[in-house]
Design a protein around this ligand. Structure first.
Ligand code: NAD
Ligand code: ZN
Ligand code: ZN
Length: 344
């Protein structure tokens, strides 16, 4: 089968031919119908050899949906032809966190060598994907594969982040979204669907600010050193009760802190290496700063249900598997509006 692989540190990913995978006992083989292109992959492909945590070659793609093509021995609960989404941050299934569906925070994944597809294990940018256990599959139940695939990360990750802050996003509150890209443009829609908060989006690109307004942001502000003052002004000096940073670089986490209200939540989702000093007098009183990872299995079901209700629609741009390197190149240059989706 064809697969998109990251093969050489620092080089672009390549479309190659690899053996068709076959499901072993307990495993499910999917014919991949769509795979999402996440900025985290670009981060992965920028890591130097000495810090690279995965083996090479690595088949990319940690957002995947497909139809069940074959079942390994003993698999029950799914059948051939079922259309399913893959829960990516898979855990051991039995530790205390996994028991709560929080496989993203599995206590034993590291020790057991369990890695998400596309982030260590072979990913969804291929004609077929092997899934280790049917519990990682969630029925699409009528959702379009292209529209649904980004929900497995670009939907699930902001959903988890926003859900934590719901008690603070009461009527009259403000939520700030920094970075209206793949995750951010979904976050804006989730905030509108799940909260009465006023949503202020920040981005460096006029195209992204336009998309932010289209998908429901009340205000869209150019992200520059003056942005924090603008947000303060928009909130009558109070600041935002919740700030979601989908960039995570030093300038954006600095802005995130500067727009936080007393008792705000500052959630750093982007992985661009920025950090905040936390200590008495560094931030407004009782600000909580957190950096979450992906979301739980239960939350994936919830975000898919929300999409079925029509409350969230991901803006997508599609590419064939042969064009997948171009999708990454365009994402790297900031040229993707919404989410790029590869159709293997
Ligand atoms: P993306 O490229 O689609 O979106 C990033 C957006 O940020 C773009 O619209 C870009 O114009 C904007 N941007 C860049 N610099 C900015 C700045 N200084 N101020 C404001 N906006 C700026 O990327 P994505 O796929 O949505 O991923 C976003 C980030 O989230 C990445 O760092 C990714 O690695 C990370 N991520 C984290 C998790 C997690 O579990 N923590 C999960 C998925 C993605
Ligand atoms: Zn991702
Ligand atoms: Zn576990």
């Amino acid at each position: 089968m064809k697969a998109l692989q990251y093969r050489t540190i620092g080089a672009p990913p390549e479309v190659v031919t690899v053996p068709d995978p076959e499901p072993g006992p307990g495993q499910v083989l999917l014919k991949v119908t769509a795979a999402g292109v996440c900025h985290s992959d670009i981060a992965v492909m920028s890591w130097p050899a000495e810090n690279f945590p995965y083996g090479l070659p690595l088949t990319l793609g940690h957002e995947g949906v497909g139809t069940v093509a074959a079942l390994g021995a003993g698999v029950t609960g799914v059948k051939e032809g079922d259309a399913v989404a893959v829960y990516g941050p898979q855990g051991c299934g039995t530790c205390a966190k996994c028991a709560q569906g929080k496989e993203n925070y599995c206590l034993r994944a590291e020790e057991l060598g369990i890695r998400p597809p596309g982030l260590g294990a072979p990913g969804s940018m291929a004609e077929y994907l092997l899934v280790d256990n049917p519990r990682h599959l969630v029925p699409l139940d009528g959702l379009d594969p292209v529209a649904a695939v980004p929900l497995t990360d670009a939907g699930l990750t902001p959903y988890h982040a926003i859900k934590r802050s719901l008690p603070k996003l009461v009527p009259g509150s403000t939520a700030v979204v920094i970075g209206a890209g793949g995750l951010g443009h979904v976050a804006i829609q989730l905030l509108r669907a799940m909260t009465p908060a006023r949503v202020v989006a920040l981005d460096v690109s006029e195209d992204k600010l336009r998309l932010a307004r289209e998908v429901g942001a009340h205000e869209a502000v150019l992200s520059d050193p003056k942005a924090a003052a603008t947000v303060r002004e928009l909130t009558g000096g109070v600041g935002a009760e919740a700030v979601f940073d989908f960039v995570g670089a030093q300038p954006t986490v600095t802005t995130a802190a500067a727009v936080a209200a007393v008792e705000a939540d500052v959630t750093i989702v982007g992985i661009a290496g920025g950090s905040l000093p936390v200590g008495f007098g560094t931030l407004p009183f009782e600000v909580s700063v957190t950096a979450p990872y992906w979301g739980s299995r239960g939350e994936l079901l919830e975000v898919l249900a929300l999409a079925r209700s029509g409350a969230v629609s991901v803006h997508t741009e599609t590419f064939s598997l042969d064009e997948a390197p171009l999708a990454y190149e365009r994402l790297h240059k900031g040229k993707i509006n919404g989410r790029a989706v590869v159709l293997p």
